[in-house]
Design a binder for this molecule. Structure first.
Ligand SMILES: [Zn+2]
Length: 428
């Protein structure tokens, strides 16, 4: 067996970090066997004593439901109030993410939180068979690692900020020539890449892939099936965000999204009230990060929507299961009758047009939509308009625009749905 340098480094790093990595990994495993939700109380007590925003709660009973639901905008307004007075900002790890409106949101982690996040990634990578030190290709933007580090970690970085045939050709060559077994990619990049390989007549024998993780963006079920058939390996979805970590991950057995209840307390709340949503109902995802003490995120409305499931998963893991991630709240359209039309329903329409390679739908007003379409082989335009009309409520105006490419954001993500309605953007 070839020496896996990365694996060796992992254990040394774990030892000098007081075994936080291996302990977190063990705790996650135990949590899925007993299905218990880890307690938020230590964090809540800490917050009322050290975080100015929560000082007012000092004299009331300490329970999660008494803490206000916050979001990026609330925190951004006066971020100083959210810092713990027990940390100095200079010693913290600073990260950046962007809200639906593109304004950056800065978050700060203590060392422990950063280690827990690393451990989460290692733990969930194993669900697809990928362990520390295995060769892998990663789609990521803004990663600046030394050649030595990439060599030790057996990592190839492919930045998806700007995609082209040349880009896909390079990624394909890397995977094939270097016999890379694992690929962690953006949902839409995996989709486009599998189409690219399909057009070139690739089959699973062309690759040496053993597992793929789809992250950062949605991957529709049909796109997953195509990728699995071309690459000949499981493709599992990961639900993670930059400011938190891995919130849920699909199991290899049934492909259902198991919530990470060991490191987060996730509430699923109704869209227009603070009441818990019922299974089967579209809900807001409200996260309490149990390991983030420097700038705690407590009852943080992350802006994503999901439907929870009350069916126990056949894989044997216990705890909450997400049935569907229905996308960002900002990435939904509003139909003629005021109904929310989710990303999933839109992608279902597109599924019936296999010649469409990429698309982007923009809602201008309640009755007006623009659809940018990338297709090199043509598609039935009147049929597409009819299907969208049926989905959005009949008498709406839909304008199709053929484009060569749909530009990606700086984060490398592509926005499939954009809602530009004024009353709507104020909500998100
Ligand atoms: Zn499962």
């Amino acid at each position: 067996m070839a020496l896996k340098l990365g694996y060796l480094f992992f254990w040394v790093y774990d030892l000098i970090s007081n075994r936080i990595l291996s302990q977190t990994i063990d705790d996650l495993e135990v949590s899925y066997s007993n299905g218990k939700q880890a307690s938020a109380l230590p964090l809540l007590y800490y917050a009322i004593n050290h975080v100015p925003y929560y000082q007012a709660l000092k004299n009331s009973t300490v329970e999660l439901e008494r803490f206000p639901v916050v979001n990026k905008e609330v925190i951004r307004k006066d971020q100083n109030l959210f810092f713990s007075n027990a940390y100095s900002r200079g010693g913290l790890i600073k990260g950046k993410t962007s809200g639906s409106n593109g304004i950056p949101f800065y978050f700060y982690w203590c060392k422990n939180k950063s280690l827990v996040r690393t451990a989460e990634i290692i733990y969930y990578n194993r669900w697809v068979g990928y362990d520390v030190g295995d060769a892998h290709l990663l789609n990521a933007v803004g990663v600046n690692k030394s050649k030595l580090k990439l060599f030790i970690q057996k990592e190839i970085i492919a930045n998806p900020r700007s995609l082209s045939d040349k880009w896909f050709a390079q990624q394909r060559k890397d995977l094939i020539d270097r016999k890379i077994p694992y690929y962690i990619g953006y949902g839409s990049v995996i989709d486009q890449f599998s189409r690219y390989c399909e057009e070139r007549g690739d089959a699973k024998e062309s690759f040496n892939l053993k597992g793929i993780i789809s992250t950062a963006e949605q991957l529709p079920e049909y796109a997953r099936q195509r990728a699995e058939s071309i690459f000949g390996c499981p493709v599992l979805r990961r639900y993670a965000t930059l400011e938190t970590g891995v919130l849920a991950h699909e199991c290899p057995e049934e492909r259902r999204l198991h919530v990470n209840s060991e490191n987060y307390h996730i509430e699923f709340l109704k869209l227009n009230s603070g009441e818990p949503a019922m299974p089967g109902e579209t809900a807001r995802i409200v996260v309490t990060d149990l390991n983030s003490y420097a700038m705690p995120l407590i009852r943080y409305d992350i802006g994503d929507l999901a439907v929870i499931d009350n069916r126990v998963c056949g894989c044997g893991r216990k705890g909450v299961v997400i049935k569907e991630l229905t996308g960002r709240r900002a990435d939904s359209l509003i139909g003629k009758q005021g109904q929310t039309v989710s990303w999933i329903a839109i992608s279902d329409v597109m599924w019936s047009f296999p010649n469409i390679e990429q698309f982007q739908i923009i809602q201008i007003s309640r009755c007006r939509f623009i659809v940018n379409v990338v297709s090199h082989t043509g598609y039935d335009k009147s049929s597409l308009v009819e299907k969208f009309k049926a989905l959005l409520g009949g008498t709406v105006d839909i304008q199709l625009i053929d484009v060569d490419v749909i530009e990606r954001l700086d984060s490398g993500k592509s926005r499939v749905v954009i809602n530009e309605m004024e009353s709507y953007t104020a909500l998100t």
